[in-house]
Ligand binder design. Structure first.
Ligand code: DHB
Ligand code: FE
Length: 280
């Protein structure tokens, strides 16, 4: 049986990828951002997951405004790195896990989550920056990746509660797969940020800190956050945080926080990162 052994969340700020790729690891600005992932790099080498279900959002790279799936699951053999305007990031291509992905698609759809099945897709910084933060710069990514893309770009995004419930269904689906696989679920994006309009640059450290606490202490409070509250409290792009709730839903009722990192600022964003272990 496949099992979900851990959950991980992290911001996916594009500038973190640019800084990493251009060797700015030791710069005054970036060193404290990257320092929070040192623990994780050692941890992941020990955990060595077979597959990562990586929840992220496409930033108009694979999906334009012409087609906006609410939830999409990548079932391809591999996923090329997207060109976001300045050439693809110099990182290895992402290798998929089509057999498990197709099983998940079937299980989720029969469980009444209407997933879009994607058989060809480039993946952007939303997916590749978290891989770089956790694995550094390997020749090939040590784990297979199933991209799970969520629309948080164009109104209306799914609710936090719907995302949490998708995570719960994802847990059932993984546990019903009859291969012995070590699976992690990652949720990316956030934390509070606003890239546009009069409040551009907004960061709400109190909101972020409560969110980080409640991922392990009171997930019911997080499930109840409405679109309007995300907008008001965490800025127009803070809605990316609903993707963390898919990961959280996939871990079951109780979790233990193994690691936390929070740093302000990175580009326009508060960087947040958690590693969680299911305990129930
Ligand atoms: C920025 C962009 C993102 O897509 C994101 O998730 C966080 C920050 C930025 O440009 O600062
Ligand atoms: Fe983003």
């Amino acid at each position: 049986m496949a099992r979900i052994t851990a959950g991980l969340s992290t911001s996916h700020v594009p500038a973190m990828g640019v800084a990493w790729d251009s060797g700015q690891q030791d710069s005054q600005y970036w060193a404290p951002v990257f320092a929070g992932y040192e623990w994780t790099k050692k941890w992941i080498a020990e955990e060595d997951p077979d597959v990562i279900i990586l929840v992220y959002n496409d930033h108009a790279s694979a999906f334009s405004l012409e087609m906006i799936p609410t939830f999409a699951i990548g079932c391809a053999d591999d996923f090329p790195i997207a060109d976001e305007g300045w050439g693809p990031r110099p990182v290895p291509p992402v290798v998929g896990a089509p057999e498990l992905a197709c099983h998940l698609a079937q299980s989720l759809i029969l469980d009444e989550f209407d997933m879009t099945i994607v058989n060809k897709m480039d993946v952007d910084h939303g997916l590749s920056v978290p891989l770089s933060m956790v694995y550094g710069s390997p020749d090939s990514w040590p784990a297979k990746v199933i991209p799970l893309a969520v629309n948080v770009v164009q109104y209306p995004p799914p609710t936090g509660e719907r995302c949490y419930q998708l995570g719960v269904a994802l847990r059932r689906a993984v546990q019903a797969f009859d291969q012995d696989l070590n699976v992690q679920v990652w949720g990316t994006g956030g934390m509070s940020h606003q890239l546009q309009g009069a409040r551009a640059g907004l960061i709400n450290q109190e909101f972020d800190s409560r969110f980080l606490d409640n991922m392990s202490q009171d997930v019911h409070a997080l499930r109840a956050i409405t679109h309007l509250e995300y907008l008001r409290e965490s800025g127009s792009e803070g809605i990316e945080m609903v993707m963390w709730l898919i990961m959280r839903g996939a871990l079951g009722d109780a979790v233990e926080e193994l690691h936390r990192h929070y740093h302000v600022p990175a580009s326009n964003t508060a960087v947040g990162h958690l590693v969680l272990r299911p305990t129930s």
